[in-house]
Design a binder for this molecule. Sequence first.
Ligand code: NAD
Length: 402
Amino acid sequence: MTKKIVVLGAGYAGIRVATQLKHKNGDFEIILVDQNTYHTEKTCLHEVAAGQQAPENIIYSIEDCSNCKKSKFIQDKVVKIDKDNNNVILENHGKIDYDYLVIGLGFKSETFGIKGVEENAFSMVNLDQAVAINKHINSQIRAYLDGDRDKKKLKIIVCGAGFTGVELLGALAEQMPKYAEKHGFSEDSYELVCVESATRLLPMFSENLANYAIDYLKDLGVKFITGAKVNEIKPGIVEYDKDGEIHEIEGGTIIWTTGVSGVDLVSESGFEAKRGRVIVKDDLTVEGYDNVFMLGDVSAVIDPESNRPYPTTAQIALAMASSCVDNILKKLEGKETEKFVYVSKGTVCSLGNTNAVAVVGGKELKGYPASALKKIIATRSIHMGSGKIGLTLKKGRFDLYR
Ligand code: NAD
């Protein structure tokens, strides 16, 4: 009997599973479910938020990539995963049974329960939010120019200097002078401020590389307030604790980038999760549920070197997807599954469009070569996810000399 493989989420992991599986032989059908009709290249959200990229440049149609005789796309929201009865409940399409389930539902912004974050700060975990940030920055520029010229309107505060915060600051530091020129305000009218609880920034890089990145951003005018833990966000105000003293800074745009966790649906469906991530078995299935694979940001694979879960990245999600495809095929053939082994290809953090820092194969890179590498990785990801050369040529990052 034809086996039904249901894939939840068309993020990096989900879309890759669906596009790879549909080319494989076997008596199975694939149903890919996502609440959106498009896949988002989420590693580029900061560029949309800053206004460097049009939203349509970082998305592509899921249906175009997944639909075929073997594979069908359903646009709907997953409301429940009933792992004990092998079915999922969708908001509009109701119950769907599965033989194998792949969960790649992605992440949400982590507020750590800090007061006022949800109400008074923008998070940046999906396309709508990135678009909303850019609209808000532009509305603040208009309000500044048409109103009282209060410079606070042009002050952008980024909370958290992880990869997301730093990449966003790099894009903003490049874009704001362009907005200043376009709208006719001086470059000393706006401010970019980052509030970060750690004192050593970008700890995943050597001090040398991290200093290069932070000094570069400082040279572009970004002000870092480090050792400063945000306690509360009030309307237009970030309150933080530094050296036991409470401070407040005001800004027209407050963006929350202090980390992410897996979506709530995972723990709501009874999976044992910590910050929305489930520690999976060696073959990426869930303990007690051999037909359920958990991939990407909802999944935690322990790094044998650090004994901690690998950080969530697009790269590991894509690697998990390939391993999951192999293991589903093995299960369909009645063979033993294989252990997922992660070999990181490296880490890149962009600093605007033409600068970046990176570690690749143990070697440190900075400047233009690192930035070109980031674009090559982004282009490869579009190709591996969509499986379509035409789409890769259209949406890929070939602006290496811009
Ligand atoms: P993160 O957890 O990596 O960084 C969050 C930062 O916020 C940390 O520096 C932390 O000290 C700070 N912070 C937390 N609470 C705070 C508070 N109350 N006040 C002030 N500062 C606070 O989160 P992220 O940057 O959103 O990244 C999420 C994941 O996505 C990470 O695993 C990251 O590696 C990955 N990512 C990778 C890339 C890339 O590879 N280029 C880009 C973006 C994100």
